[in-house]
Design a protein around this ligand. Structure first.
Ligand code: AMP
Length: 398
């Protein structure tokens, strides 16, 4: 079902409620990484160009049940002012007579940023009355550009859509759905999925869903050890989820039966302890010494994964291959980032999601060599798991 997008709207002279994702990191009241604000600029510029009167809402952090200056969106509004190069109004509360008055005072092309929607517990409850109050700040037009929140049925994402005439996707939302949607429904093949990170339990549904769609899956990071243990390998003190061993075993059997290329590390860098300056060894997974823990994939695994990646035409990557925050265990993740970048240069479409893999790509200076860096870690995982995102479902059908 195709959804209405901002391109279908004619917001001239109307107040448009735009849900953005300004959940940015702050330090001493200053935005330390403005990527999320920049990502939504095309949507905001388009809405301004079309003569809309913009009312922007977002959450920031996890305030506990009420206003907390630590999570104010004011620094984000200030940053936006810099980026757009025009003055921006700020409402001290995201609902109520103050915000309503300020929204009504807007002229075409002007922007009002509302205070953190999570200062009201009703936001996360998707409360009907609160949703209605939010909708009262616009003239029946809602745009959602907060892909990173689309997996949450909250008032400013879902509830509000019941009280507007048009609920459309912003350009960022549209781009995210286009890349991820194509990977799931009509990928150029071979399609190689790369999954890493700490836990199998976080990604099990993604593994199950992508096994049905992809041509190969490369597993690294802490989540590999539950699979390796299920295979009967010694894993020492590596991260493991014992309650997921049966599931891992079943997935391995299924992959074998379907001749699906489910690749696990064949060697790894093990540490004596979980700390940056610990003693390390590089060993085959069958030779993991007792009491040591696997903290990065090894050179033979990197090579095997690189070959698969080099042959891919679609690549989806979520999660680091090791504890890449510690220099001794960064290599696997960086080499995979390089391989994904090289395959992209050779014509593959690559999608990287999840805070850590995105950070690794940025840190390796390869971000501009990736086709699409997803802004929503949780939302992209749910999408890849085959789940419908409530924030997308709620948008108006074309
Ligand atoms: P996730 O949020 O699930 O993508 O996991 C990311 C975290 O997994 C990072 O902080 C990594 O340090 C951690 N991680 C990756 N590989 C391992 C490993 N082999 N053992 C323990 N933690 C790991």
């Amino acid at each position: 079902m195709t959804k209405l997008t901002i391109n279908d709207l004619d917001p001239r002279g109307k107040r448009v409620f735009i849900r953005v994702d300004f959940n940015v990191p702050l330090k001493d009241g200053v935005v330390t990484d403005d990527t999320r604000i920049r990502e939504t600029l095309p949507t905001l510029r388009l809405a301004i160009e079309k003569g809309g009167r913009l009312v922007l809402a977002s959450h920031l952090g996890r305030p506990k049940g009420g206003p907390d200056p630590k999570y104010s969106l004011r620094p984000a509004a200030k940053k936006l002012e810099e980026l757009l190069g025009k003055p921006i109004a700020f409402a001290l509360d995201c609902v109520g007579p103050g915000a309503e008055g300020q929204s009504k005072a807007l002229r075409d092309g002007e922007v009002l940023v509302l205070e953190n929607v999570r200062f009201h517990p009703d936001e996360e409850k998707n409360d009907e009355a609160f949703s209605k109050q939010l909708a009262a700040l616009c003239d029946g037009v809602f745009v959602c550009d907060a892909f990173g929140s689309a997996h949450r049925a909250h008032a400013s994402v879902v509830g509000i859509t019941r009280f507007v005439h048009q609920a459309a996707a912003g350009l960022l939302m549209e781009k995210e759905l286009a890349y991820l949607g194509k990977a799931l429904t009509n990928p150029a093949r071979p399609f190689v999925a790369i999954l890493g990170g700490a836990k199998v339990s976080d990604k099990i549904e993604v593994v199950e869903n992508l096994m049905k769609i992809a041509d190969a899956m490369l597993i690294g990071g802490g989540m590999a050890y539950t699979f390796l243990k299920a295979d009967g390998q010694p894993i020492g003190k590596s991260l493991v989820e014992n309650d997921k061993l049966d599931l891992a075993r079943r997935l391995r059997e299924e992959a074998q039966k379907e001749k699906f290329a489910l690749l696990l590390p064949v060697d790894h860098v093990v540490g004596a302890e979980f700390k940056a300056d610990t003693a390390t060894q590089t060993v085959s997974v069958s030779a993991t010494p007792d009491g040591w823990m696997g903290l990065d994939i090894g050179p033979k695994s990197i090579e095997a994964y690189r070959q698969k990646i080099a042959s891919a035409k679609t690549i989806v990557w979520n999660g680091p291959m090791g504890v890449f925050e510690m220099p001794a265990f960064t290599k696997g993740t960086v080499e995979i980032a390089k391989a994904v970048a090289a395959a992209t240069s050779a014509g593959a479409t690559s999608i990287v999601g999840g805070g850590d893999s995105v950070a690794a790509v940025h840190r390796s200076g390869l971000a501009n060599k990736i086709s699409h860096i997803s802004t929503g870690g949780g939302a992209s995982l749910e999408f890849l798991a085959g789940r419908k995102l409530p924030g997308v479902e709620a948008l108006t059908n074309k």
